[in-house]
Design a protein around this ligand. Sequence first.
Ligand SMILES: O=C1C[C@@](O)(C(=O)O)C[C@@H](O)[C@@H]1O
Length: 178
Amino acid sequence: MVSTTDARGITRLSKVDPNDGKNPRDTKTFLLLSGPNHNLFGERDPKQYGTTTLAEIEEGLAAVAAELGYKIVCAQTNSEGEMVDLIHYARCLGGVVMNPGAYAHYSYALHDAIDAVTVPVVEVHISNVYAREAFRHKSVTAPAVAGYIAGCGILGYELGLRVAIQRVKEQEEVAAKP
Ligand SMILES: O=C1C[C@@](O)(C(=O)O)C[C@@H](O)[C@@H]1O
């Protein structure tokens, strides 16, 4: 795994080993997982996605996480297989706030990866996908996720983190029941 922390304290992961997901779970840390073409946020189709860059989204979410007493680590990849690896890796974290991008619309591999893990994965789309082209109206990943947010702009990431945190609390409550 490659883990780098920039001057603003944002930790980014790449080349993760999916088997590292077997490590003890750190439920105070969540993965912000960004999908294909999201490295171009800020310049890509600003009518749909605004002008905020991915680095700014990551910084904003890190600040929200810190306020809530949590941490995030970030990963962005254009590759479907790497997204699968990152979801497997996240078994050792609290959960995942994931914008799968276009993979949401057709990746059964991503659906199965989410389905295979017990950590909550919350799906976020910045734009209102239902007001766009027909191919964006279907998410094949949505049936497997712990929460789904679309059309709320970048606020969706904060909402997604709050939902993921809530889902972990619910898991802990269930586990604590005699
Ligand atoms: O990459 C993206 C971004 C998106 O996930 C969103 O955040 O609105 C919507 C997807 O349809 C698109 O492929």
